[in-house]
Design a protein around this ligand. Structure first.
Ligand code: ADP
Ligand code: MG
Length: 349
């Protein structure tokens, strides 16, 4: 069997943080996997192409990686890029122009906020900052003052409060601060796959820190990580173009007043989401999957199914703090459980 020089081995793949991992490919050996890895969005980013050994893959890989780097800088609410500049203007009550790409992202996110019944809310930047999740380093400390959170809740920022005048946006709500931490990676995955497809590279995989988008036949083998440990819950093969996006309360958190607080916040309480440990969504659109995974994690065990239905997310795996989970009927038959334990703990709904 021919070996692929640059494909990740199993340990390498499992070393990636949250969400899903790419498993070694067990298909026919006629193709090679070309691979480029960088560190962006605080995690490893992989772009891969699977193709005949002699085909030139490097220009496409480099181009897609450059696109991801651009997004990483410009769409980070807490770095000095375009989004930072827009947030500054919103704080000061000024109108500000936005690039076509950012305008498109704000508009599509506003639709998803509405479809998610507000559980996905990218106007949440002020609350994210109050809880200290805008820092790269997660320090332990004290909870934010109750009055700060109450003021944010009363102002109830929403993307619906953005007013457009041509290419410029403004809002009367000075507490509205954009944060696409729950969405930009999904949009970036879609853009990367679009770019590959436009260059005739139809067999590709993009991994943004455990959020994967793939296309091509015979599919890519994906593992969904165990939220409690090192191993996997299950693996599956992607079908056609498909994204696998996970939101986990276990990956990024701070210990505040002795309590573990996740970086995913419930916009209605201005407080960390509770009730689910991890939600994985499979969808053709990585953007929708990203927004949905966040929304369902916030919605919690009682409400996630209703929110999933509103969003059109039919393939969902949701795991609770007791280590039990549910998979939607459309996803269940695709899951190959990593052990009998997980098979017992995940039930179909
Ligand atoms: P990940 O960090 O793994 O990508 P998410 O996609 O759920 O997980 O994104 C979480 C990030 O999104 C947070 O760090 C924060 O910046 C932002 N965020 C937190 N809560 C919400 C929410 N309810 N809606 C939209 N964005 C949120
Ligand atoms: Mg998300």
């Amino acid at each position: 069997m021919r070996h692929r020089a640059t494909a990740p081995n199993r340990r390498d793949a499992l070393a990636a943080l949250a969400g899903a991992v790419l498993l070694p490919w067990a298909g026919p050996a006629a193709a090679e996997v070309r691979h480029e890895r960088h560190f962006l969005f605080g995690s490893p980013v992989d772009v891969m192409l699977r193709q005949a050994p002699q085909s030139p893959a490097e220009p496409a890989l480099a181009r897609v990686m450059r696109g991801l780097q651009h997004i990483h800088v410009q769409w980070n609410a807490w770095k000095p890029g375009e989004l930072g500049r827009i947030n500054q203007a919103l704080r000061e009550g000024r109108s500000v122009t936005a690039s076509p790409a950012l305008r498109a992202m704000i508009r599509s996110a506003a639709q998803l906020e509405q479809a998610s019944a507000g559980f996905f809310n990218p106007a949440i930047g002020g609350a994210v900052q109050a809880w200290g999740f805008h820092d790269d380093v997660m320090r332990d400390g004290a909870r934010p003052a109750a009055a700060t959170l109450a003021a944010w809740r009363d102002a109830a920022p929403s993307l619906a409060q953005i007013e457009w005048r041509g290419d410029a946006l403004a809002s009367r709500n000075a507490r509205l601060q954009l944060d696409f931490g729950a969405y930009a990676k999904g949009v970036a995955i879609d853009r990367a796959l679009d770019e590959f497809a436009a260059r005739g590279q139809g067999d590709a995989l993009v991994n943004l820190g455990g959020n994967l988008g793939a296309m091509g036949a015979p599919g890519w083998q994906i593992g969904i990580r165990d939220p409690f440990g090192e191993g996997l819950v299950a693996s599956l093969a992607t079908q056609g173009r498909e994204a696998v996006v996970t939101s986990g309360s276990y990956e990024r958190f701070r210990v505040l007043d002795g309590e573990r607080c996740t970086h995913i916040l419930d916009p209605f309480r201005a407080a960390p989401a509770a009730g689910l440990v991890s939600v994985t969504v499979l969808h053709r659109s990585a953007a929708l999957a990203d927004a949905a995974a966040t929304a369902l994690l916030v919605a919690g065990p009682q409400r996630w199914r209703a929110v999933a239905q509103r969003l059109g997310a039919t393939q969902v795996l949701a795991i609770g703090p007791d280590g039990r989970g549910v998979a939607s009927a459309a996803l269940m038959p695709r899951l190959q459980f990593a052990g009998r334990d997980w098979q017992r703990r995940i039930t179909a709904v």
